[in-house]
Design a protein around this ligand. Structure first.
Ligand code: HAM
Length: 433
């Protein structure tokens, strides 16, 4: 039996899992400040949803989807991203009918893409994202770009490059498509098979091609910015102006076309200035997506962060990581003390303290080693003496100070010890900053 995880998937365990919860929590808090409510959609969807939304010319649909027939013969797909499912859910539940617009949802969960695994690229990965649906003001695009930046700032991730571009409105895209067709017609017979297919379905996707031999042809291709209609130019100017006003540094990147077909108008990505892990987060405006999946004619904009990439960046730039351990580690020194420690641990937990213990008597030395490894704040020692005097011995594992506490007063005294410990820790952290 194969015991390794499936290629491109990974187990997230213990401290690492705690960090993922921390990113999720942080993203969620920030999204809530911007008025988003949570939405949880299924991991499997009917395959045509992704064909209609992510698009039949995208690499995701043509090469990367986990698609299978279920026992009832339905073609289902493990979601490669969450935006399409959110749109489907808005339509299925008629969310637009009963709420003030815009609808604002955030989500978090696993996605699946059959990609070549490498640093920051997995086959099962996790996204946190938001979607705003039902507003056509450029300010909704700006707000989402600002939210992404604020999320990164709140995680202490700076040195971020925000790239933006405009894919234009229908008029601009039609003109651009024509220009690309004319240009690539001269080169397509020398380009890769994927590009030949893209040329027929959607020449814009040729710009995503990573094949080295094709890059010289792509470099000479016409640029979207030269085909923007006046309306699309004005929209982009407004976005740029509002971002400047909000103090968000950005670069306009003509080559940013994004790999999903549903985008129209403004698209954007967040990259690290000094690391080539790929986009940590990305998003854009979609004018027709909701209509495309059977809903009303409402525009939307959204963004998603990859949690694995946030983790990569966070751990690269932060030596200090959030670490947690129990408040108290109970160390019984004999069999009778084990029973007592077990009851005390239960009392401590019922009163909101994190407590762990040795389930059998161990020497001082090995007990302290375990408590330190577990990053416990205090050790509680219970031996023959303590039992006779109805006391426990409490040791602060940072200062090494030790005192005896009567079991009757235990909760009150331990609470104030813990408060003092946390205060001292906060002062220490403030001094380091
Ligand atoms: P995306 O650019 O395909 O956009 O993915 C968003 C983010 O997911 C990427 O920036 C990256 O951090 C992460 N990601 C993508 N693929 C992988 C992978 N194989 N392994 C690890 N991380 C990955 C979307 O999915 C859109 N739904 C974003 C959006 C939301 N647009 C509008 N609303």
């Amino acid at each position: 039996m194969e015991i390794n995880p499936v290629k491109g998937t990974h187990d997230i365990i213990g401290d690492e899992a705690e960090m993922y919860s921390f990113y999720e929590y942080d993203c969620r808090l920030m999204a809530e400040l911007f008025g988003y409510k949570e939405i949880r959609t299924p991991i499997i969807e009917h395959t045509p949803l992704f064909l209609r939304s992510v698009g039949e010319s995208s690499d995701i649909v043509t090469k990367e989807m986990y698609t299978f027939d279920d026992k009832g013969g339905r073609s289902l797909t493990l979601r490669p991203e969450l935006t399409a499912g959110v749109m489907r859910s808005i339509v299925s539940n008629k969310l637009h009918a009963n709420a003030d617009l815009p609808l604002k949802y955030f989500y978090c969960g696993p996605c699946f893409r059959y990609e070549r695994p490498q640093a920051g690229r997995y086959r099962q990965f996790h996204q946190f994202g938001v979607e705003t649906v039902g507003v056509s003001s450029y300010l909704s695009d700006v707000e989402v770009i600002i939210l992404g930046k604020r999320i990164l700032e709140s995680l202490g991730i700076d040195k971020v490059k925000v790239l933006i571009n405009s894919l234009g409105d229908e008029e601009s895209r039609e003109a651009y498509r024509k220009a690309l067709k004319e240009y690539f017609a001269k080169h397509i017979d020398k380009m890769c098979g994927d590009c030949k297919r893209r040329f027929e379905i959607n020449p814009l996707r040729i710009l995503d091609c990573k094949v080295p031999e094709d890059q010289e042809f792509i470099a000479g291709a016409p640029k979207m910015k030269d085909y923007l209609s006046d309306a699309a130019k004005l929209y982009m100017d407004n976005v740029e102006e509002a971002l400047r006003k909000a103090g968000i540094d950005f670069e306009v990147d003509d080559n940013l076309v994004r790999g999903l077909d549903y985008y129209t108008g403004v698209v954007f990505e967040y990259h690290m200035e000094d690391d080539d892990i790929g986009a940590i987060g990305a998003g854009g405006h979609y004018k027709n997506l909701l209509k495309e999946v059977g809903g009303p004619d409402l525009e939307g904009v959204g963004l998603s962060f990859g949690l694995e990439r946030l983790h990569y960046v966070f751990t690269k730039y932060h030596e200090e990581r959030p670490q947690s351990g129990p408040d108290f580690y109970l160390m019984p020194m004999n069999d009778e003390a084990v029973d007592l420690a077990f009851s005390l641990a239960d009392i401590l937990r019922s009163n909101g303290f994190a407590a762990e213990m040795n389930y059998e008597p161990k020497s001082f030395k090995s007990s302290f080693k375990i408590a330190e490894r577990k990053r416990s704040k205090f050790a509680i020692i219970i031996g023959e003496d303590e039992i006779a005097k109805k006391q426990i011995t409490v040791k602060n594992l940072k200062t090494q100070e030790q005192s005896s506490v009567n079991t009757d007063d235990m909760l009150m005294v331990l609470r104030s010890m813990l408060e003092e410990y946390i205060q001292a820790q906060n002062v220490e952290e403030a001094e380091v900053k």
